[in-house]
Design a protein. Structure first.
Length: 103
């Protein structure tokens, strides 16, 4: 997570990381890392990586790959590179929707 946040050039106060099934903090945009996380905040919810949905509170939520999913592939493999590229494109979309600049 630290590397993802650093790559997005975010600083403390611009983001909150939530683990577990607790309530989400108020936010304009949420990034949901994988189907397990989506299931915790929206039981029964289903979205493809790279797609947008709404949280129960009405915030925009971008679903993308979990870091664990990306690490399943061989390091440097074509599949891993493709997942990383898609995830990075998704994260840039989230920054844009939140009104933040992206690297």
């Amino acid at each position: 997570m630290d590397n993802i946040i650093k790559a997005m050039k975010l600083w403390e106060g611009q983001y909150q990381v939530v683990f577990g099934g607790g309530p989400l903090p108020p936010a304009k945009v949420c990034v949901v890392l994988g189907s397990n996380a989506l299931g915790q905040i929206m039981p029964g919810g289903a979205c493809q990586p790279g797609s947008w949905t709404k949280t129960p509170s009405g915030a925009d939520a971008l679903v993308t790959y979990s870091p664990e999913f990306i690490l399943r592939f061989s390091d440097g493999s074509k599949e891993q590179k493709e997942c990383k590229r898609k995830m990075w494109d998704s994260l840039k979309s989230a920054l844009s929707r939140a009104g933040l600049p992206f690297p």
